[in-house]
Design a protein around this ligand. Structure first.
Ligand SMILES: Nc1ncnc2c1ncn2[C@@H]1O[C@H](COP(=O)(O)OP(=O)(O)O)[C@@H](O)[C@H]1O
Ligand SMILES: [Mg+2]
Length: 370
């Protein structure tokens, strides 16, 4: 007779010590622990995270293993890490019923690298094992075809436009639909109509994340997007010299104003600082160029998460011009690492938002608000 018959209850009790740092709850009460199997002291179970792009996957796996190994009688522990992306709230009328998260990438002004960031984050999410769409809603200057290095003409099937796939990302841009040299003089209602069509007339299908590259500044595109579909949230790209938080603050203020009109929240998932510091193309070392940490400071002042910073690197513009995103062209570079870690932080913020919709977490203030 074995003195130490290990029970499922013991395993679950031990696993209550493992806390998801983003959701700030233990993995048992979050319902992440699945399929506990115990056979003669050998314990196996699954941990089902809220995204395969979880930044703390390895840490949680090792904490869970250690916790269960502490139980007397346990000989071995086998943890399988899985993921099931929890969705934003999708109503019956939703224009994108198969899209679990819509992430808008915005900026207070142009030229901060918003499109570059949107493209690289989309590819990073795909590389982390998620289903990703990329919608180029910058109708004034669609740059996704150039950055992704393709000018294919999309097919239409059953009156829906089929996205173009590149680097694991399914994308759509006005750049694919208009002839090369066609100039468009935009008026507000046209912008709204076009953005809406890019949402409704494209076969977006099932996606974990749809990244939307918005035009810079305030205007009709962000309004149409947030009116058309309940978005998970917005990330704001800024550069360190953007007079600290004034320009990022403008973008945040615009979404706060849109919230009032809509009567529902548009969460700010966080601020990304681009072109911060100089990454030496030879040794990879990053040297600060501008004084201070603009993005971090702005995030703190605005009471929103800071998702990370991307160094200034000539390789980024080179690979952009060549149509190969930096994360593909230079996967080991400092900026590729930054894109991966920001994609994970962004996915974690999406998880926080969707879990906040569940009653379980509704009463916990998850994001600091100013
Ligand atoms: N981190 C970076 N390092 C070097 N060049 C960058 C970086 N981010 C963007 N760029 C370059 O800056 C220019 C503007 O970027 P883009 O993504 O088109 O900005 P936006 O969409 O905000 O107008 C492009 O030439 C791009 O290659
Ligand atoms: Mg752009």
């Amino acid at each position: 007779m074995n003195d130490h018959t290990v029970t499922e209850q013991q395993v679950l009790d031990a696993l209550r010590s493992v806390i998801d740092p983003d959701l700030r709850r233990d993995i048992v009460s979050l319902g992440f622990v699945k399929d506990v199997k115990i056979c003669d002291g050998n314990v196996a179970f699954k941990i089902e995270l809220t995204t395969p792009a979880c930044p703390v996957k390895d840490m949680m796996k090792s904490q869970a293993t250690q916790a269960v190994l502490q139980i007397p009688g346990v000989k071995s522990v086998n943890v399988e890490m899985t993921a099931n992306v929890r969705s934003r709230q999708i109503g019956a009328e939703d224009l994108l019923p198969g899209v679990k998260h819509v992430i808008a990438v915005a900026s207070g002004k142009g030229g901060v690298g918003k499109s570059t960031v949107a493209v690289n984050l989309a590819v990073a999410l795909a590389q982390l094992g998620t289903k990703v769409g990329l919608l180029d809603a910058d109708v004034y200057g669609p740059s996704v075809p150039l950055l992704m290095g393709t000018r294919e003409t999309p097919h239409v099937v059953n009156e829906k436009i089929i996205p173009i796939e590149r680097y694991g990302v399914q994308m759509m841009s006005l750049g694919f639909l208009l002839p090369d040299d066609q100039a468009v003089i935009w008026r507000g209602p046209m912008v709204a109509g076009t953005v809406r069509q890019l949402l409704t007339d494209v076969e977006w299908g099932e996606k974990d994340y749809l990244v939307v590259d918005l035009p810079p500044g305030t205007g009709d595109a962000p309004m149409t997007l947030s009116q058309s579909v309940p978005i998970t949230g917005v990330v704001i790209v800024m550069t360190p010299q953007d007079v600290a938080f004034t320009i990022a603050g403008k973008a945040v203020a615009m979404f706060r104003k849109l919230e009032e009109g809509l009567g529902r929240q548009i969460p700010i998932l966080g601020i990304i600082e681009n072109m911060s510091g100089f990454a030496c193309p030879h040794c990879g070392e990053v040297t600060p160029v501008f004084a201070g940490r603009g993005g971090e400071y702005a995030a703190e002042r605005l009471g929103v998460p800071f998702l990370g910073s991307i160094p200034l690197d000539p390789n980024i513009s080179l690979s952009g011009d060549e149509g190969v995103p930096a994360i593909v062209a230079h996967p080991e570079s400092a900026q590729a690492k930054a894109f991966r870690s920001i994609a994970q932080a962004m996915a974690a913020q999406c998880s926080i938002q969707s879990m906040a919709d569940h009653t379980l977490l509704r009463h916990i203030p998850l994001i600091r608000r100013s």
